[in-house]
Each structure stands twice: as C-alpha cells, then as structure tokens.
Design a protein around this ligand. Structure first.
Ligand code: BJ8
Length: 427
C-alpha cells in the first residue's frame, strides 16, 4: 500500500531538494536492510518499527502536515533536556532532529570547522542540503546551551530556521536549578506565542502522563534485556528509543508495550536472539541518532550482544519520569524542571551521576564489558571517558574506548578491536 503513495508533491512543498533527497532515500533502506533485516529471530513486534522506518519520510511527515493543518505545531529539538511535555501540552508534536549520517559536508565545512563532531555537522548538513522534511516541517526549533559546538552552531543554524535557545546550566546547584526553572517559563512563553494557545494545567498533566507512559513502555522493553539469553538485540532496542523521538506518542507506547509483552514471554520461555553465553556489552557515551547503528552492528555481528545503553538514545531517555502528583501548573513545571535537570550529560561538571549510572546499569544488565563510544571532536564524552574508564577499572569491568564518526572508513579496524575485546570477555 505504502509504496504506491506519491509523497513527492509533499516533499516539494516543503522545499526539499528532491534529487538529493532521492539519494538519501536510496541509502537508508540499504543500510537498514543490512543492519536490521539480516538479523535472526527478531521479535514479531519489531515489524511495527520496520514499518515506521520505511515511512520515516513518508507517512509520518504526512501526519505532521495533517497535524499542522488541524491547527497544531511541529517543534524540532536537538537534546534530551528539552521537555516534550510542555511542547505537547501546547498542541505541538516534538520531533528529534539530531542526525546520524554524513550529508552535504562540502557545504557544512564552509561554515563550520572540519573538526566539528559528526552530529553537529550532520544536522547542519541536513538543513543546508535541504533533505530533512522534519526540519522543514518545524514551526520552531529549540536549541540549548550544552556543548560549545552545538551552542555556537545554533547561531548559524538560527540564520536558516526559526530557533529558540534554552540556557542549560552546567552545574546542578540550587542557583542552577532556579535558572533552569526560569528557562521553562521562557519556553512556555515562546511556545504560547508560536502555537497561539495558553498553557493549562489539564493539558500539561495529560501530556506528562502520556510521555511518562511512553517512557514506562521503554522501561519494560529494556528490563527484559537483563535476561540471558537476551530476548532482543541491542540494535532493535536502540531503534525503539531512536523512533521514540519522533513517532506519535500514544501509538508508539501501545506498540512498544506489545513488544515488551513478547519479550517477557521470551524470557519466561528462555529463548533469545543470541546464545546465553554470548558476551554482554553495555554501551555508553555520545548519542546515536538514526541511521547511526555502527557500533551496535559491529558488536552484534562479531557475536556479542548489547544489553543496555547509557546514552541519550538509551537509558538516559527513558529511566526517569516526571512526578505526576502536582495539582497546579507551577507545581508540574517544577517537577518537569527537576526531572530534566536530573539527566546526567557529560556537558555537566562534575558529572558523578553518569559514572554511577554506568556502573549500576552494568550490574543490572549483567554486562561482561563496557564499550565507551564517543564521537570524534566530542570533547565532553571523549574527556569524560577517562573518568568512566577509571571507575570501570576499579569495579573490575573491562572497558573498550571507541572514538569514531559516521563514516564507515574505520569499520574494518574497529571491527578487529571489537572482536578482540569480545574474545577477551569470553576468555
Ligand atoms: S543531553 S549528550 S543530546 S547535549 S556529540 S553535539 S555533546 S560534541 S549531543 Fe547531547 Fe543533550 Fe547531552 Fe544528550 Fe556536542 Fe558531543 Fe557533538 Fe553532542
């Protein structure tokens, strides 16, 4: 059915470069087929995510256009700290815009240094190359003062798209919490302006419940991965979180709950996707945006299984929930501010919470080893890798450091290192 729909008029109306976009749409299905469809014994419920991926620039974009036509807004985000609850409560659909593929680097490198991290170059490239229908659908894009690269790139990005930047403090003292709470008020004002609506308690409460339900479904799916054999591959679990950033919230929640049901049945039956003695790996570090499946693919094709991610596209996204007990808008906003500031990103200093999370997740998911993944030129994660490595050593957990980018040039060399690491874990 879906392949007979002609989305080209929609893409054209969004101002996409159709020729370049065609090239992108040829590359992603190939990558997906190689990384995903080649896997054995996948949970049946993954068919939903396969479908979502096959319609990533089609049906979902059409839904966003319909939402806008009905008076709603589309709000783009680049970071986990931007509260989806507030966007939803004001009639917005939040879509994650971080990009995971090299695109239009020739244009990007005219405005950004070559030694900028791949994630930033990619989102600039998707905008400059006019190939991202999500960016082009957005009524507003929300940036944030996290790492220096993003912060400065937003100044240039803001020349190309409507942008609001939230000031995220980089420490977690009471004065930082107060600053952050004020930023939520500024965000409300900006979203009220863009949407033409006024924030109500009922809408914020409902949005909070819906987003919590989405995170709970992901918690269930991921909890099953503590079993041996693992009932789902790391690649599939990673994809579920990547899709959570842009899919319809209630529908996604329902479908992920179905996958979780299936995984719980698999665990009860002792069946899984890898042998029970396959080396179990926890991945931690920089975020992995669609279609960046490189590290998981290398680990799992080498016979290991990724059992958890301490990533923004992993546990950092779904583990913490907003308290639902508040009875006023102000109270709910306080709880939202507290939940988001509690995320442990390497942009914060000091950041002991992340070290605790890595060690706790390694324990909970019975990881044999940790793979620390950082994008090249991502100073926060590359530097914090030293602290994580030290803590892992003290805890007696082997750790492999991988610094890479989105190209496949180093795949052979990385594959060899990953294989040697997995052998060591088995030995
Ligand atoms: S909460 S990790 S999504 S800031 S990879 S652009 S840090 S140089 S993305 Fe992030 Fe929010 Fe933190 Fe998560 Fe900079 Fe590093 Fe590039 Fe990064």
């Amino acid at each position: 059915m879906s392949d007979v729909v002609d989305y080209r008029p929609m893409w054209q109306s969004l101002g996409l470069d159709l020729e370049a976009h065609d090239l992108l749409l040829t590359a992603i299905p190939q990558l997906y087929a190689d990384a995903y469809l080649s896997q054995q014994n996948r949970p049946e419920g993954m068919a939903y995510l396969d479908f979502v991926m096959s319609e990533i620039h089609g049906l979902r974009i059409k839904e966003l256009q319909d939402h806008k036509a009905a008076g709603g807004t589309v709000i783009g985000t680049f970071c986990l700290y931007v509260p989806e609850e507030i966007i939803r409560a004001l009639g917005g659909v939040a879509v994650g815009l971080c990009a995971g593929a090299e695109w239009a680097y020739d244009q990007v490198e005219q405005v950004l240094p070559r030694n900028t991290c791949a994630l930033i170059k990619s989102f600039m490239g998707f905008k400059m190359g006019k190939v991202c229908p999500y960016v082009e659908s957005a009524d507003l894009i929300i940036g944030e003062t996290t790492c220096d690269g993003k912060k400065k790139a937003y100044e240039l990005f803001g020349e190309l798209a409507p942008l609001h930047v939230m000031e995220l403090p980089q420490m977690k003292r009471p004065q930082d919490a107060a600053l952050w709470r004020g930023e939520l008020d500024r965000l409300v004002i900006e979203l009220e302006r863009v949407s033409g609506r006024t924030l109500t308690f009922e809408a914020l409460q409902q949005a909070t419940r819906e987003v919590n339900a989405k995170r709970r479904a992901l918690q269930r799916l991921n909890a099953a991965r503590a079993a041996a054999p693992a009932p789902i591959s790391g690649k599939d679990a990673l994809l579920a979180v990547q899709v959570a950033f842009y899919d319809d919230v209630p529908r996604f929640t329902q479908m992920v709950d179905k996958i979780a049901d299936e995984l719980e049945a698999r665990v009860a039956a002792g069946s899984g996707v890898a042998p029970a003695d396959a080396p179990r790996v926890l991945v931690t570090g920089s975020p992995m945006s669609v279609p960046n499946w490189k590290v998981h693919d290398l680990v799992e094709k080498a016979g290991g299984v990724v059992v958890a991610e301490e990533l923004c596209t992993g546990a950092r996204y779904y583990e913490k929930l907003v308290a639902e007990e508040a009875t006023t808008t102000e109270g709910l906003l306080d709880d939202i501010a507290a939940k988001y500031l509690d995320i442990n990103c390497a942009c914060f200093t000091p950041n002991p919470g992340r070290i605790d999370d890595v060690l706790r997740l390694a324990r909970e998911y019975k990881a044999d080893g940790i793979l620390h993944y950082a994008l090249q030129f991502c100073a926060p994660y590359q530097i914090e890798a030293t602290t994580v490595e030290r803590a892992a050593r003290e805890a007696g957990i082997p750790l492999l450091r991988v610094d890479t980018d989105y190209s496949m040039e180093d795949a052979g060399q990385l594959g060899t290192r990953v294989e040697a690491f997995l052998e060591m874990l088995q030995g």
